[in-house]
Design a protein around this ligand. Sequence first.
Ligand code: NAD
Ligand code: TDX
Length: 350
Amino acid sequence: MKTLLVTGGAGFIGANFVRYWLERYPGDRVINLDALTYAGNLENLKGVEANDNYRFVRGDICDASLLRTLFDEEVVDTVVNFAAESHVDRSITDPGAFVRTNIEGTFTLLEAAANAWRGDAPDCRFLHVSTDEVYGSLGPDDPPFTERTPYAPNSPYSASKAASDHLVRAWFHTYGLPVLTTNCSNNYGPYQFPEKLIPLVIMNALEDRPLPIYGDGKNVRDWLYVEDHCRGIDAVLAGGRAGETYNIGGCNEWTNIDIVARICRTLDELRPGGGPKEDLITYIKDRPGHDRRYAIDAGKLMRELDWAPLYQFEQGIVKTVQWYLEHPAWVEHARSGDYRNYYRQQYGHN
Ligand code: NAD
Ligand code: TDX
């Protein structure tokens, strides 16, 4: 039986991971530490609260004394660090929050985990969830990122994630803390906050509002269904070697415009009526410093730990669109309050 401390478990990937883990390993204990920022939503964990093996703690990964208490109360053998500021556009307007949570927060959590590991929790391992964006941007014919690709982050978000990855690496080399790092490509699926491209487009299209495409729409991302990311983290926790990093990705590159067109056609089929949703596509000013292309080579994870994505994109995107259609209350709440202000500031209209 394991005891996991999952940080950021009320966000998109963290909540999917908590659900995945408790379903897959019902005997394990999961402690979810989340500050409930604008991106954290306890509705993502509806149904999970009733599980006796689940504990929610509202708190900040920058809070050293809270972490000390938590590690005193629980014998944690696995830390999975999802907690982060995660949206590139917000990192451009408010980089300070990214430096604080992603860098200082990871540092504080590493210190707390290392203290526990030296003391009552000698089996404690630390898995840090990171991103493909730390590797920078690819040209059209470049090979995908491997674990040996040099870091070249371009946004305040990716720079802060890169810094956190370096801290994790240093805590292994200097202090011997058993760490693992995963660098994953773009995720999609249920419970994603609607500031991100896929849920934003689904929700706007449902209300016949403009579908904003930055620049020429030809930027490329490598999309992975969120459950496949959770299975990748599971594989790394089960068989990963301490100090190693593992790339996780879908071998599934799409231009933004093709993704948006695909979502439009899916909605035309699932929710017929009105004109074609593609008519709502609107090109707008590009994101500053917008990385052109990301692509992940997940060969190491596939070869060494026998992981492969289960979801074809064609299947995963229909499942995702259906989920948002079937959860109107979740959609309504996600888009209320501060989201309206953010949207107006980012896109210049309601
Ligand atoms: P998200 O923004 O949906 O969720 C982040 C969660 O962290 C929220 O619940 C928030 O309340 C919490 N949080 C933020 N600051 C905190 C703090 N100081 N202390 C405690 N909790 C805090 O993010 P996501 O998309 O689920 O991403 C999760 C992780 O995966 C991040 O580390 C991100 O960098 C990484 N990642 C995301 C993607 C993607 O496509 N979304 C891809 C690769 C890696
Ligand atoms: O309104 C939009 N219009 C648009 O054209 C938005 C929100 C995005 N885009 C473009 C920008 C990107 O090229 O779509 C692409 C995807 O954008 P996001 O969903 O914001 O994701 P991205 O910037 O690629 O970063 C994501 O993947 C890696 C996550 O947000 C990160 O947390 C993760 O690390």
